[in-house]
Design a protein around this ligand. Structure first.
Ligand SMILES: O=C(O)[C@H](O)[C@@H](O)[C@H](O)[C@H](O)COP(=O)(O)O
Length: 223
């Protein structure tokens, strides 16, 4: 993996937003459209704020989460709500959101429809991932009920997974989709996650699911 250390979090967020924008711009120039996939959680908000103000042909950018917690949009845990508040505003308001959540009791009921909608927008042009200290990425949690299947090369694009650490049921992109992205960035902060990503390199992927994308990822870290 390519590991980049920044002097502080602010510089990290600005540089990463700039890198993502320039990669999107190059793909838009070449292909006329691009797909950006981003994580939810507590870390990426500042990157979203900065990115949303950058001049880009946002009209031709599809934005999709890596994964979603199966909770209504009104929940403070909704990643979709986070996206609406922090990324799909300012200039980026013109981007097209590919939903990973629709109102239904369980994700299994909507998987087919959500996958069909996602498929024509693959491969992901620029993939931004987060990571938990337990080395999960997207909702590929160690110990998740269907992790093995979600890591396999013939997995469907999206799967529903359940894991104790996840809380609510999750919908997630599978390893196959993540591995096919054209550019991959991992955003982590703090010493605990630095130690975790270093440890992940020497563990089996079932124990450290982030490992499935590390070989061609750039990891962006600040204390
Ligand atoms: O919905 C989610 O939980 C995410 O998409 C998840 O994969 C996230 O990126 C990590 O859990 C890190 O989350 P933090 O940034 O909150 O530590």
């Amino acid at each position: 993996m390519d590991f980049k250390t920044y002097p502080d979090r602010e510089l990290l967020m600005v540089s990463l937003a700039d890198k993502i924008a320039s990669q999107l711009r190059a793909i838009l120039d070449r292909e006329g459209r691009a797909t950006l996939s981003v994580p939810g959680g507590t870390t990426p908000g500042p990157v979203f704020d900065i990115l949303s103000d950058i001049d880009l042909d946002w009209e031709h950018v599809a934005v999709v989460l890596n994964d979603e917690r199966w909770v209504p949009l009104s929940s403070p845990r909704s990643n979709t709500a986070l996206l609406s508040e922090r990324l799909l505003k300012n200039k980026a308001i013109k981007a097209r959101l590919l939903p990973l959540y629709v109102n239904a009791p369980v994700p299994e009921e909507r998987l087919d429809a959500l996958s069909e909608n996602l498929r024509p927008n693959l491969p992901i042009s620029v993939l931004l991932l987060g990571m938990g200290a337990d080395m999960h990425t997207a909702s590929l949690f160690p110990g998740a009920d269907r992790l093995q299947e979600a890591l396999s090369d013939d997995a469907p694009e999206l799967m529903a997974l359940r894991a104790e650490a996840a809380g609510e049921p999750r919908i997630t992109m599978t390893a196959r989709v993540l591995k096919n992205a054209m550019h991959t960035h991992v955003l982590i902060t703090g010493e605990e996650k630095k130690r975790a990503i270093e440890a992940a390199q020497n563990l089996p992927v079932e124990q450290a699911p982030i490992k499935c994308i590390l070989h061609n990822a750039t990891v962006h870290w600040a204390a």
